[in-house]
Design a protein around this ligand. Structure first.
Ligand SMILES: NC(=O)c1ccc[n+]([C@@H]2O[C@H](COP(=O)([O-])OP(=O)(O)OC[C@H]3O[C@@H](n4cnc5c(N)ncnc54)[C@H](OP(=O)(O)O)[C@@H]3O)[C@@H](O)[C@H]2O)c1
Length: 304
């Protein structure tokens, strides 16, 4: 179980959005632990029914200090990510103090998102960037209200260093479930570092958390190699609350209040792969992400 100190209401008065809070997963435990610290947790799931059901469970499993507000959206499209930002803004008009980009997925076969992006890349990276971009004003408002930086955290994975920086995010050619996941997690980590640089000194920190190997429903849903590896490895994997420890530290530890552009395990900050720390790759992915989000915005305006 978790090695975190007992909750002591350190997040009272703060509102934090956590994506992907399915029971049994890291997002659910993150939401629960943030609530135990007194936060209002905007509790995201793919559908309104799932979000309400997660909230009902969190109310039972939590210590009663926090509040859980259901929000829903399918994050396989940029439009879905933007709809979630709208829902978060409506639920927290005064701004938010934290955003935990936890939702993630793997796919046995190559599928394209409604935006023509391979689904692993669409959910693990493009949706994260679209949601973050659409919530920057809200995060700035939260920081102003609290007089301290708001925090963005993205879930990465130990294997990000095996990713390749691809220029075509539809991932044409021979598909590999694991390579698609490595690529998406590397792209997201490169983007985290580029975002952190841009937001440094502007009241928002951006960090990545690697949860370690955690027992969750991820492998069973992904199937293929992930399904097999996670099934075989599960006796050795940690409880989902162990995977949330890095996020909880960033959200609660005063010593990490202004730390940005970091890669954190559940217990400490360390270096990610050399590739992920390469500045020109960070800028390349950042600019490609911006172009992707802008193209979606332009298409939407043309359709109006
Ligand atoms: N478990 C590990 O060992 C491990 C290791 C490294 C990194 N991670 C990362 O940690 C994060 C949490 O993973 P987990 O292990 O806790 O797995 P999980 O329980 O399956 O959590 C993933 C969450 O993302 C949601 N999600 C996936 N696709 C979505 C979509 N299109 N729209 C909305 N929500 C969607 C899932 O909702 P549904 O339940 O509806 O699909 C679920 O709530 C992921 O980013 C994962 O890549 C996990």
């Amino acid at each position: 179980m978790s090695t975190l100190p007992s909750p002591s209401g350190r997040l009272r008065g703060q509102t934090i959005l956590v994506t992907g809070t399915t029971k049994g997963g890291i997002g659910y435990e993150t939401a629960r632990l943030l609530g135990d610290e007194g936060a209002t947790v905007l509790t995201h799931a793919r559908t309104p029914d799932a979000a309400r059901s997660n909230v009902e469970s969190l109310v039972v499993d939590g210590n009663g200090a926090g509040r859980f507000v259901p929000v829903a959206a399918d994050l396989s499209s940029i439009a879905g990510a933007r709809a979630l930002a709208e829902a978060a803004r409506a639920a927290a008009p005064g701004g938010i103090h934290g955003l935990v980009n936890n939702a993630g997925a793997g796919f046995k076969d190559r599928r394209l998102s409604p935006d023509g992006i391979e689904m692993t890349m669409a959910i693990n990276h493009v949706a994260v960037a679209a949601l973050t971009d659409a919530l920057l004003d809200s995060l700035h408002a939260g920081a102003d209200s609290l007089g301290r930086p708001s925090r963005i955290v993205s879930m990465t994975a130990l294997i990000e260093g095996r990713g390749k920086v691809e220029t075509d995010w539809s991932f044409p050619g021979k598909y590999s479930q694991t390579q698609a996941y490595f690529n998406a997690k590397l792209a997201n980590l490169l983007w985290v570092y580029a975002m952190a640089r841009r937001l440094d000194g502007h009241g928002i920190t951006v960090n990545a958390v690697s949860p370690g190997s955690v027992n969750s429903g991820f492998g069973a849903k992904a199937g293929g190699t992930f399904g097999l590896v996670m099934k075989l490895g599960s006796p050795l994997y940690g409880h989902a609350s162990k995977g949330s420890a890095g996020v909880i530290r960033i959200m609660t530890d005063p010593g990490l209040a202004t730390v940005t552009g970091g890669y954190h395990t559940p217990s400490k900050q360390k270096n990610s792969s050399k590739k992920s720390r390469t500045e020109h790759l960070q800028e390349q992915v950042y600019l490609q992400t911006e172009r992707t989000l802008r193209a979606h915005r332009d298409n939407r305006q043309e359709r109006r």
